[in-house]
Design a protein around this ligand. Structure first.
Ligand code: ATP
Length: 245
């Protein structure tokens, strides 16, 4: 029987010299879902996502894409919005999209990406003259260039002002409406609550909760006052309030 999941991880583990960063995580993500991976600093989110992206080799465990173990072509099929991507200062936004599109046999139409990612009005601006919010919109556009079914987004709104953050949220909703599956890591609980259909919360290398945001809130905030019935409360209840070093 074909897998229900567009991507599935089975018992993924990653050890470094002194530490087991990911201690065996398993989950599947349905096509069209926005899946959020949450957790305190050092929980193992980036390590897990990088193994899913085929950037980091797992110590053990497997990643399946569309029902089969990932192959070399997987990296060309997915989209990744990295937090840190160096953009060439002497290129405009439009030229940057064209340059990246040239790397792929099949790219999504650039006018479509430009509209979806709210880049139409800044196409002629140089990369070093755009704001932080515009830069994040461009990085999302670049993640879509090969028309991927699956897009990874690593803290896409970190450091943005409230307006810029809301624009990015609108873009992510638009990407979802295109039928794409999204894997999102974020430290903003409001963002996860608004955008994600399903969440996994990690701590110390393990998944400690997995469900939709409403379900998690129902389960963990029953006795809380209405103002505290939110994902932030769930997160703090599950991961504790102590300062992480
Ligand atoms: P953050 O929210 O701060 O990005 P995270 O949940 O993404 O944290 P990871 O970056 O996956 O966490 O790190 C998990 C653990 O593995 C941490 O304790 C980190 O110090 C450790 N770690 C990550 N990369 C390496 C590495 N290359 N060598 C050794 N230890 C590492």
């Amino acid at each position: 029987m074909a897998s229900d999941y567009i991507i599935e991880v089975k018992d993924l583990k990653k050890s470094y010299k002194n530490q087991e960063a990911v201690k065996g995580v398993s989950f599947g993500i349905r096509a069209g879902c926005c899946f959020g991976l949450l957790g305190p600093n050092g929980a193992g989110k980036t390590t897990t996502v990088e193994m899913m992206e085929d950037i980091l080799e797992p110590s053990s465990g497997q990643v399946f894409y569309k029902g089969s173990p990932i192959t070399r072509s997987f990296r060309e099929e997915i989209g990744i919005q990295f937090q840190q991507t160096e953009l060439l200062n002497f290129l405009t936004v439009e030229e940057t999209l064209k340059t990246f599109a040239a790397f792929y046999k099949n790219s999504l139409r650039l006018d479509k990406i430009s509209t979806l990612c709210m880049l139409d009005s800044i196409g002629k601006q140089y990369n070093n003259k755009i704001s932080g919010g515009q830069r994040q919109r461009l990085l999302l556009g670049l993640a879509l260039i090969n028309n991927p079914d699956l897009v990874f987004m690593d803290e896409p709104t970190t450091g943005l002002d409230p307006q810029a953050r809301q624009h990015v949220w609108e873009i992510i909703k638009g990407i979802k409406q295109e039928g794409k599956t999204i894997v999102l890591t974020t430290h903003y609980m409001e963002e996860a609550q608004i955008l994600c259909d399903e969440l996994a919360i990690m701590d110390t290398g393990r998944i400690i909760a997995k469900a939709g945001p409403d379900e998690l809130i129902r389960e963990h905030c029953q006795d809380c006052p209405p103002s505290e019935q939110n994902l932030e409360t769930v997160f703090l209840k599950l991961t504790g309030r102590r300062l992480r070093e």
